[in-house]
Design a protein around this ligand. Structure first.
Ligand code: ADP
Ligand code: MG
Length: 478
């Protein structure tokens, strides 16, 4: 298992967060809260954006924590924002929430504890990061933001994958395969992160292969020209900061890339290899570039009978891991019906989703607004008719989205496939969505149509490739 362990929260830390919240609107007071300013998270913010100053950096940390709290406990986040960011009185907020003042204080107290818990974990992560060298940090920042807080049931796969990538006597190309949503990208990212931290690789060129499509507003052509070997070479050149090599002949491009790959231990990652125009040509090309560089590929289709490649196939989560993941995700997203569900019902969820993590997330998203029994019955019925499970669940989720959420989702294929920040998202769709932007975003996160992850002190939003495929092939065509 990887991720979120750590020590228990210190009660003094909860107090510190209370003080910082109270000082939110008073820059001078906030800036003089030295204990808060000593936090690694605040120092990181200030280093990244010196113009913020101490108070601004402290506010940015509180804001990021509130952004995360919204996802698990929207009401708690609203209470804290109303009270401390907007500066409303307890009475005003109590009236707006239909609470007695006393109940409001109780809720506010719990909300502060929940925020403190989030920031406590954030601080632990920031400290672990600070112990790394600057170049390691830069390499980690270049990876796609994680879509998980913790991975279940991957222990031996993760160890095997790291083993293949560490070993100089093993094959140079390693492929992780398995059906969509099973966790290929997540497992690869986790392995790469650990290998960078242990110093095995000093550079990572992470290339996300995508089906190309024409510009927004015109015809979207899915299944158009996919990743070619030439395009891969060009992306690698960019990732290794060699500038464009497009004007050179192929042999010369390969020669320069090999020279760069020999300079320091490098890992090439090609995520979604199945979208390549010619997988065989790409694999042969990567084999020419490898040694001493290693290449890690993820693909939905197994690369069969290829002596250059070691394959690692991912299967669905076993019963216990599926149940543990369902419980954990339900707690993170605060899905009350699932948290209160009997073991038998959790097993039904595991069964109907086939233990596929993405399917589990999407199904739990529906259980935020619909009765568990109804969702399970609808899905089981769809399974019975042999309908493509993902197509069914995407439509199912889509039909329940509000108009602004639909509009926001349709904008996603325009953005960087690795993820976009709140600013990026609101820049492409904020104007047309106006005041509906935040609720639309929350709706999509809750439905798990958006992945959400935290990296470099910011929230990142992305969509899964299957979601993108659904948007481009089913929705846009319509
Ligand atoms: N073992 C796991 N435990 C918890 N979450 C997982 C696990 N594997 C995948 N996920 C989550 O499920 C979703 C789909 O995983 P992803 O790696 O994108 O699948 P793939 O690349 O195989 O299509 C992601 O949100 C990911 O974080
Ligand atoms: Mg993937």
């Amino acid at each position: 298992m990887t991720g979120k362990e750590g020590t228990r929260i210190d009660p003094a830390f909860v107090d510190l967060i209370r003080q910082a919240l109270r000082a939110y609107r008073r820059g001078d007071v906030l800036a003089s809260l030295t204990q808060f300013n000593d936090l690694q998270m605040v120092q990181d913010q200030l280093r990244r954006r010196p113009a913020l100053g101490w108070a601004g950096a402290a506010r940015a940390v509180l804001d990021a924590g509130l952004d995360r709290l919204v996802q698990a406990q929207p009401e708690a986040a609203h209470i804290l924002r109303d009270r401390f960011v907007k500066g409303r009185s307890a009475l005003q907020v109590a009236l707006a929430c239909n609470y007695s003042e006393r109940t409001l204080y109780d809720r506010q107290h719990e909300a502060q504890e929940a925020l403190a818990e989030i920031l406590w974990q954030g601080e632990a992560a920031a400290r672990r990061r600070a112990q790394l060298g600057e170049s390691q940090q830069r390499v980690l920042d270049g990876l796609p933001p994680p879509t998980y807080s913790r991975l279940f049931g991957v222990g031996d796969k993760l160890e095997r994958l790291k083993g293949f990538l560490r070993d100089e006597r093993a094959r140079w190309l390693v492929a992780v395969d398995g059906m969509g949503g099973i966790g290929k990208t997540a497992l690869s990212r986790a392995a790469v992160e650990e290998l960078v931290i242990e110093g095995r690789f000093e550079a990572v060129a992470w290339i996300t292969a995508q089906q190309r499509f024409f510009a927004w507003g015109r015809a979207h052509e899915v299944g158009g020209p996919a990743l070619t070997y030439g395009a891969l070479l060009e992306e690698l050149a960019q990732a290794l900061q060699l500038g464009s090599l497009a004007a050179l002949v192929e042999e010369e491009r390969e020669r320069r890339l090999r020279a760069a790959l020999r300079r320091r231990p490098t890992l090439i990652v090609v995520d979604n290899l199945e979208t390549a125009a010619d997988v065989q040509a790409l694999v042969m090309g990567l084999d020419r570039l490898a040694r001493p560089a290693k290449a890690l590929l993820t693909t939905r289709h197994r690369i069969s009978a290829c002596e250059q490649v070691t394959s690692l196939t991912l299967a669905e989560l076993g019963r216990d891991d599926a149940l543990a993941f369902i419980r954990c995700h339900a707690a993170e997203r605060n899905v009350p019906v699932v948290l209160a569900a009997s073991e038998a019902n959790l097993e039904r969820i595991a069964q109907v989703t086939g233990g596929n993590p993405l399917a589990i997330k999407l199904v739990l998203g529906q259980m935020l607004s619909l009765p568990l029994d109804k969702v399970l019955a609808d899905l089981a019925a769809a399974r019975g008719t042999g309908t493509d499970f993902y197509r069914f669940i995407f439509y199912y989720s889509w039909q329940r989205l509000s108009q602004p959420a639909r509009e926001l989702l349709l904008h996603m294929p325009l953005l960087d496939p690795r993820g976009a920040t709140w600013q990026d998202l609101s820049a492409v769709s904020g104007v047309s969505l106006n005041g509906n932007f935040d609720p639309a975003l929350l709706e999509l996160v809750n439905a798990s149509l958006f992945n959400v992850g935290c990296a470099q002190g910011e929230m990142w939003y992305s969509i899964h490739r299957l979601t993108e495929y659904f948007i481009l092939s089913d929705l846009v065509r319509e």
